[in-house]
Design a protein around this ligand. Sequence first.
Ligand code: CO8
Length: 259
Amino acid sequence: PAVYEHLLVETRGSVGLVTLNRPKALNALNLALIDELVAALEAFDADEAIGCIVLTGSQKAFAAGVDISMMAGYSYMDVFKSNYLGANWSRLTAIRKPVIAAVAGFALGGGCELAMLCDFIIAADNARFGQPEVKLGVLPGCGGTQRLPRAVSKAKAMDLCLTGRMMDAEEAERAGLVSRVVPLDALLDEALAAATTIASYSQPIVMMIKEAVNRAYETPLAEGLLFERRVFHSAFATDDQKEGMAAFLEKRTPVFKHR
Ligand code: CO8
């Protein structure tokens, strides 16, 4: 993998691991870091040998938000004309392989939004989530007001966005924002194990699952169900469906062709 200034990028078998690495600023997201993140995720997305991606930060912070020192001096025209953060954020949502966020420590503002943009979040027991933008005289701008109420309840989303308070890992799990909470020391192993499992399955099928689940957020139920059925039918055009079902009947482990 390429070398980046604000990221550590490595592979662990069939898993691509991206670690946000701006420790002096608690991984605050500046434009250079976000450009690098897009490049690193797109490179793994294009790499045939990679089946799943894990995005993580440090033990102290996943990311404490978009870089405030960068934003402080911007005018309306600066952010409007550059479509500030808009284009890159859209590219991150276009990654087709699953991306797991492994979150320890602070995931605040843009950091919380970045975690929510991933396909699911595994949290360490010291994780803290929040949308503190209100304290800075702005509002969440990278999906917080939209993804948070879809992930938790309206009540919880309003509470977090309006008060700017932080929610700990236990509360985040209860609210449905994170899929599992694990001890801090076990976080990376747990995320890599989940990613390795996903990468052992048929890659096109995994992509279809991601696409179909995401569809649930874009369409009325009837349309989503129709989309799912069409994609389900198309799975029967793959040799991996033949292999997966044959292996079950023969009581052996499947060896998927498209991994
Ligand atoms: N931006 C820039 N620098 C940061 C940020 C940040 N978001 N967060 C932390 N840092 C820096 C601190 O300034 C400090 O630097 P230095 O050592 O040079 O003074 C260093 O990281 C360590 O931080 P602290 O000393 O503050 O560490 P503490 O453990 O005392 O506190 C906190 C940790 C509570 C996380 C605290 O740092 C904090 O409150 N940070 C800011 C959190 C925040 O408000 N995040 C939201 C940012 S706004 C945002 O993300 C909006 C996105 C929408 C943009 C949409 C555009 C269209």
